[in-house]
Structures are given as structure tokens and as C-alpha cells.
Design a protein around this ligand. Structure first.
Ligand SMILES: Cc1cc2nc3c(=O)[nH]c(=O)nc-3n(C[C@H](O)[C@H](O)[C@H](O)COP(=O)(O)OP(=O)(O)OC[C@H]3O[C@@H](n4cnc5c(N)ncnc54)[C@H](O)[C@@H]3O)c2cc1C
Length: 416
């Protein structure tokens, strides 16, 4: 069923009785060409592009919870492609271009809003680093603009300019960046994949990976054994536990990241802002809530909840950037588990096991990558070779000495 203004009108005249569920609830088949573990944004977009771009439709996405319960429905919804390094920039720009046509492509309203992002800088050294990053973006054909203090003040007069410990000197602006409604992205991809024949199996946990003669033959699940020709892992924060089922020791640590939303306010912040003197980011949802977050909780954990020290730290940073924030009430906070890689960049690659494919290491930034991640992972699974823009995102880059350390922080996952 295609969604359109006409279909809304038709349904309105027939008492809205003709709407169908957005995807089916099938029982698993005994065997698939491709099984994807993880029904988050990346697993669902991979299934969608496998079907749409490569005609591979005998696919199952196995999800232990329900669609949207993982990080894809927990993030702060920021999308952008403002990267410095060769290994990252073309990949994230492909994602940005896919975001720009996504809603037409999968016929679903994902509320993609290109409201712009400003990365604030607070020192001369930081200005130089952002100028370099902006230049690298423009060399790759991506929009970037370096703003001075007065330009930033005109755009965001409510920031703390005059009494700040770390005064704002300017910002790096990407106008095409913005936000998208996170769970609608999962629903849109799920619906698009399902309508092309992909089975989405919810409430089904993968508990083992069965191998014979060095190849994967299928997965043990809470709904029984499911055979497959190819197995693709897209389990985000649970990558290490799922990887261990195939004896993979991965360069990933799992950490909690928290997010917060305030009570609904009148329109106040019309873009995305990141604070350069700490690590804080904020935007305003279309419902009016201020959506914000900061650093990860620094210890490893698989629990989808964080601790109060990070709550305090986040609010301190927010109030030092926007003093008026101290008078708003926080409505909710929650946590998600992040697959932090050793260099802060993702992995989309084959594994030492011939027909086992890996998609992980998304750290804080995997939501914006959802379209390109699925597009490139589907390409890898279908053709057995990396897509050109994902060719640097290899599993063996750590042992070969080619990390993609965007933040220049070294091999410490909790610092990326
Ligand atoms: C608080 C927070 C804020 C964030 N903010 C941003 C942001 O603003 N911008 C941005 O780009 N990124 C952001 N991120 C990161 C982004 O959300 C993640 O990197 C991305 O969503 C991870 O990919 P995913 O959507 O596939 O993950 P998930 O949605 O977590 O999908 C993985 C799925 O695998 C399933 N699974 C795991 N183990 C098994 C198993 N054994 N069997 C079956 N299923 C299994 C899980 O249940 C889960 O649904 C944020 C993350 C958090 C938590």
C-alpha cells in the first residue's frame, strides 16, 4: 500500500478501515539466502537495500526485542556529514545524500529536517582544527562554512557569549545537516523491506551461530534453528556477545550513552548545536522538547541505563552553554549501549569466516550513517566486495596500522 495525500483522503472517506499493518509478523522459514542479526536501523536498511538494489529478497532480519527498541529509537537524531578524514567523509556524505531522498525512496515520513548544525569553537587552536575540517569537507564537495563570533551570535543569541569560562569564538556550520525522526526511520526501512519480501522476525533472540567445515550454516534462536547461506551481524551494542558465538574477538567495547528531553517549549533552537569546550549537543524536536546529550558513561556496560554522575555532567555543560536551560524541566532520560571501536570509526567488512559479515563500531554516530551503512553492507553481502566509499572501514585496519582516528584520541574507545 502506497502512502500519499490521496490515500489519506480515501481512508478518511471510508472510516480509516483500510489501513494495513506496516509490516507482517511472519514465522521464520527453515532457510534464507541471508540472515541479518539485529533489527535496528542498520539491519533493516541492509535488508531494504539487499532487496531493492540487489534483488535479494529471501532475507530474514532477526530481532530479539521489537523494531525500534535499540539505539535506532534511543538516539538524539542528529544527521550530518562534517568529517575530516578520507576514510569517513565520502561515506558519511553518501549517507547525507541518501537522507535527502529517503522519504520519497521508501515512501514514509521520517521527518528529515535539514536545519543545519553549528560546531562551536572556543580557542584559536580549535578554530584552526575546524577550518581544516571545513576545508577537507569542501574538497570532497560537501558544504561547510566557518562562522565568526558575531555570525554565531546573530543565529543563536541565547548562548552564553559574555560570561562564559570558555568564550565562543565562532563555529563550523553545515547547513545540510539536521535531524530525522529516529523510530520512523526504522519503521520506514522495515516497511520497505517487508513489502519486497523480507521477513522481519521480532521477539526472536539469536543464541548461537552454527558452523560446519569453517562456514556458517545458520543460527540457533529462541524460535528454533534458522539456516542461511550468508550471515550478517548488525547487533550494535551487542556486537561482542553475538561475535563471541562465532569465536570472534572484536576491537569493540560496549559503553552506555544517555540522552535527555525537556518539557515542550515554544520554538527556541532552530538548528543543532555542539559545544566545543566540552562534549554537549542539543536540538529541539518538532514537539518542542529540547533533546540533548553529552559524553558516554566511561565504564563498559551492556545495561541500557546510565548513572547520575553523567546526568550532572551533562546538565552542567548544557547550562554553561545556554544559561536559560537551568529553568527548563527534564521530562525523560534514557540510555543505549554503544559499540565503541578502538579508533572511533565503524567496521563494515567480511570476517575470517567466509560467509560471515560484520557491521559494527558505530560509537555515538551510527544513526546518521543508517542509510549508507545499509547501502554499503548490502553491497558487500551481495557482491562480496566493499563498496568504494566503505573500503577503509576494514576489520584488519588495527593490526595493519591504518586506524581512522577522527578525533585523534588514540586507541581508547571510551574517549572517542
Ligand atoms: C543516547 C544515544 C544518542 C545517540 N545520538 C546519536 C545522534 O544524534 N546521531 C547519530 O548519528 N548517532 C547517535 N547515536 C548512535 C546511534 O543510535 C547508533 O550508533 C545506531 O543506532 C546503531 O545502529 P542500529 O540502529 O542498528 O542499532 P540498534 O537499534 O541498537 O540495533 C541493534 C539491534 O540488535 C538487536 N540484537 C542484539 N543482540 C541480538 C541477538 N542476540 N539476537 C537478535 N537481536 C539482537 C538489538 O535488540 C537491537 O535492536 C546515539 C545513541 C544513543 C544511545
Amino acid at each position: 500500500m502506497r502512502y500519499s495525500a490521496l490515500s489519506i483522503l480515501k481512508q478518511a472517506f471510508s472510516g480509516n478501515r483500510g489501513w494495513k499493518p506496516a509490516w507482517r509478523e511472519p514465522e521464520p522459514k527453515p532457510h534464507y539466502d541471508v540472515v541479518i542479526v539485529g533489527g535496528g536501523g542498520h539491519g533493516l536498511s541492509t535488508a531494504y537495500y539487499l532487496a531493492k538494489e540487489h534483488g535479494i529478497t529471501n532475507v530474514a532480519v532477526i530481532e530479539k526485542g521489537y523494531i525500534g527498541a535499540g539505539n535506532v529509537g534511543r538516539n538524539t537524531t542528529i544527521i550530518r556529514s562534517n568529517y575530516l578524514l578520507e576514510g569517513n567523509e565520502p561515506f558519511y556524505e553518501l549517507s547525507m545524500k541518501l537522507w535527502e531522498g529517503l522519504e520519497q525512496d521508501f515512501n514514509y515520513n521520517a521527518m528529515v529536517s535539514q536545519r543545519g548544525i553549528v560546531n562551536l569553537f572556543h580557542s584559536d587552536g580549535q578554530r584552526d582544527a575546524y577550518a581544516r575540517r571545513g576545508n577537507a569537507m569542501m574538497i570532497h564537495g560537501v558544504d561547510a562554512q566557518l562562522l565568526d563570533r558575531e555570525q554565531v551570535r546573530r543565529m543563536m543569541p541565547y548562548l552564553n557569549f559574555d560570561h562564559a569560562r570558555f568564550p565562543i569564538l565562532g563555529g563550523l556550520y553545515q547547513a545540510r545537516a539536521g535531524t530525522a525522526r529516529h523510530d520512523a526511520v526504522a519503521w520506514g526501512y522495515a516497511r520497505g523491506a517487508d513489502s519486497r519480501g523480507v521477513d522481519i522476525i521480532q521477539h526472536c533472540e539469536v543464541t548461537g551461530i552454527r558452523r560446519e567445515n569453517g562456514r556458517v550454516v545458520g543460527v540457533e534462536t529462541t524460535k528454533g534453528f534458522i539456516g542461511c547461506n550468508k550471515l550478517a551481524l548488525a547487533a550494535a551494542g551487542n556486537t561482542t556477545t553475538v561475535g563471541r558465538m562465532a569465536d570472534l574477538e572484536l576491537p569493540i567495547e560496549t559503553h552506555v550513552l544517555q540522552a535527555f528531553v525537556s518539557e515542550g517549549l515554544k520554538p527556541m533552537i532552530d538548528n543543532v548545536i555542539t559545544y566545543g569546550a566540552g562534549h554537549f549537543y542539543i536540538s529541539q524536536s518538532d514537539k518542542g522538547g529540547l533533546v540533548f546529550g553529552a559524553d558516554i558513561d566511561y565504564y563498559s556496560s551492556y545495561a541500557q541505563r546510565g548513572n547520575l554522575a553523567t546526568v550532572e555532567h551533562t546538565i552542567e555543560e548544557g547550562v554553561s552553554l545556554i544559561p536559560g536551560l537551568s529553568r527548563t524541566r527534564v521530562l525523560r532520560s534514557w540510555g543505549g549501549v554503544m559499540d565503541m571501536s578502538m579508533d572511533g570509526s565503524p567496521i563494515i567488512d567480511r570476517t575470517p569466516i567466509d560467509n560471515l559479515y560484520l557491521n559494527c563500531g558505530w560509537c555515538y554516530g551510527g544513526f546518521k550513517a543508517t542509510p549508507a551503512s545499509g547501502f554499503c553492507f548490502a553491497h558487500l553481502i551481495a557482491r562480496n566486495e566493499s563498496h568504494n566509499v566503505a573500503r577503509f572501514l576494514r576489520l584488519d585496519r588495527f593490526e595493519r596500522g591504518f586506524p581512522i582516528d577522527e578525533g585523534g584520541k588514540g586507541p581508547q574507545p571510551n574517549l572517542h
